[in-house]
Design a binder for this molecule. Structure first.
Ligand SMILES: [Zn+2]
Length: 327
């Protein structure tokens, strides 16, 4: 009998393959990324014999919940490794809490992000741009595109994917053809292409990342947000269509990014008076960005009003008394 039985998870269609890979997906909401948990093959053999690896750790305000979910799943098995697909605050916001709970944990981040994290450069790490919180954490080692890592006793390839975040990596296990895609591929939406907000090329690298993913022919994708899925061709088609449309209308992409920013802000802050929300957005580095102002030809206060109104019109946000919040 195993000393630390793993409770069943709600990933029914992929139970067998996930079991074979010794992985579990803790599916979170959109404020926090999913957490993918691997048990080392000897994790059950007793104290100090092995541990668990966690790919992506969610958003900072959910960190206590992330730790509690991992404690529930792992029992006495410690988390010994953290790996981040990229350092957006919804993917590494739990790193600090995990490092505090399991002090021996080794943290691996994409090679291109290592020095930014080591210097804790919030501008480079985009936390200033998005107005999001991330507790500083220690980085120990790098995930180098072209290399591989052992997770749950299987070899996973590390591949670089630009676009959404130029530093990001995805992880691919070639035997079972399972891909951990971070924010490079979701089932039916595309993530904001952040470099474009600074006037840099992001759409072409995002499309190239999709080509790379297609070349791997994954059977199952575990995205950073949403359920694991097998409809990979469909997801690639939807993502390409959406990216090409946004590429043709970069101002629409900026407006989409501002909507996402406002929605994330309200996921964290729940409800806010509309005026406060608009003042926050108008002053936000994203609305103030030169490329954003150039593309939208709109000044930040008007852009904030417009963003709020479009989310109210679409029913994403609703008024409740003196405040607005998510529907
Ligand atoms: Zn991201």
């Amino acid at each position: 009998m195993r000393a630390h039985p793993v409770p069943p998870q709600a990933t029914a269609p992929f139970t067998a393959v996930f079991e074979a890979l010794r992985l579990r997906v803790l599916q979170r909401d959109w404020l926090s990324s999913n957490n993918i948990v691997f048990l080392d093959p000897d994790a059950d053999a007793g104290p100090g014999a092995g541990g668990a690896a966690v790919v992506d750790t969610g958003y900072a305000t959910h960190a206590p919940q992330t730790v509690a979910l991992l404690e529930d799943l792992l029992g006495r098995v410690p988390v010994t490794r953290i790996l981040n697909t990229h350092l957006h605050s919804d993917h590494c916001g739990g790193n600090r809490a995990l490092q505090t709970r399991w002090p021996g944990v080794q943290t691996a981040v994409p090679a291109r992000a290592f020095s930014k994290a080591q210097a804790w450069d919030e501008e480079q790490l985009t936390y200033r741009l998005t107005g999001q919180t991330c507790e500083p954490f220690r980085v120990d080692t790098t995930l180098v595109p072209g290399s591989s890592v052992s997770l749950g006793g299987h070899v996973w390839h590390v591949l670089g994917t630009g676009g959404h975040d130029p530093d990001a990596v995805v992880l691919f296990e070639p035997e079972h053809r399972v891909l951990i895609s971070g924010d490079a591929l979701w089932r039916a939406k595309v993530a904001v292409i952040f470099p474009e907000l600074d006037g840099e090329d992001g759409f072409e690298p995002a499309l190239a990342s999709l080509d790379l993913i297609e070349s791997l022919a994954p059977a199952v994708v575990i995205p950073g947000h949403g359920e694991p899925f097998a409809e990979v061709d469909d997801a690639l088609r939807i993502s390409r269509q959406r990216l090409r449309k946004l590429q043709a209308q970069p101002a629409a992409h900026v407006r989409h990014a501002l909507r996402v920013l406002m929605v994330f802000h309200l996921m964290e802050h729940r409800r806010r008076p509309p005026q406060d929300l608009c003042e926050w957005m108008a002053a936000s580095p994203m609305a103030q960005r030169t490329a954003v102002r150039r593309l939208t030809k709109t000044e930040p206060p008007a852009l904030a009003q417009e963003t709020l109104q479009s989310l109210l019109d679409d029913g994403v946000l609703v008024r409740q008394g003196e405040t607005v919040g998510l529907a």
